[in-house]
Design a protein around this ligand. Sequence first.
Ligand code: HEC
Length: 166
Amino acid sequence: MMVAANAHTFSRAAAVGLLALAQLLGQSGDLARGKALFQSGGCVNCHRIGDAGSRVGPNLSDIGDRREAERLQQSILAPDDEVIPENRYVNVTMKDGTTVRGRLLNHDGLSVQLMDSKEQLRSIEISKMKGYAIVTKGLMPSFQGKLSAQDIAHLVTYLGSLKTPE
Ligand code: HEC
C-alpha cells in the first residue's frame, strides 16, 4: 500500500500519526481479537454494532462496506483530523434554556434537522432557538498511545469485516 498515493487522507495527519500509520500498514490483525477489543476498549460505550452498544457515536454495523482500512486507522488514531460531514454533531439551545444534541443532518435559514440520541429524526425551527453550534472536534477520543499498533490492526480487521448481510 502506497502512502503517497493517498495524499488527501494524510495531508492533515500529524507527523506522529503518519509514523504510527506507517507501522500499521505492515501489521495484520485478527478478527476475534478485534471484536474483544471493541468491547474492552470502550468503543461499545459510544458505537452500535447490530443491536448492541450505544448511539452516542455513529452506527458501525456496515462500516466495512463504507470505509477503507487506512481511513479506519485514521479514525481511531486521529479522529479530529477529518470528521466527515455525516458525522458532525450539533448542540441546540432553545429559548426556554433546554438543550438538544444530535447528529447534524441539515440546516438552513429556517430550521436544523438532527438525529437525536434515540435515533429520532427532529426538525427544530430556528425561531424557537437561542442558538446552535456545529461540533466537529473532540467527539471521539484519540487512541494514539493508548492502544498498541497491533491492537489497532485487530480493531481495523474487525471493523473491516462489518458488512451488510447479502
Ligand atoms: C466517547 C465516545 C466514543 C468512543 C469511546 C469511541 N468513539 Fe468512535 N466515534 C465517536 C464519534 C462521536 C464519532 C464521529 C465523529 C468523529 O469522526 O470524530 C466517531 C467516529 C468513529 C469512526 C468513524 C466512522 C465513520 O463514519 O467513518 C470509527 C471507525 C470509530 N469511531 C471507531 C471507534 C473505535 C474502534 C473505538 C474504540 C477503540 C471508538 N470509536 C471509541 C465516539 C466515540
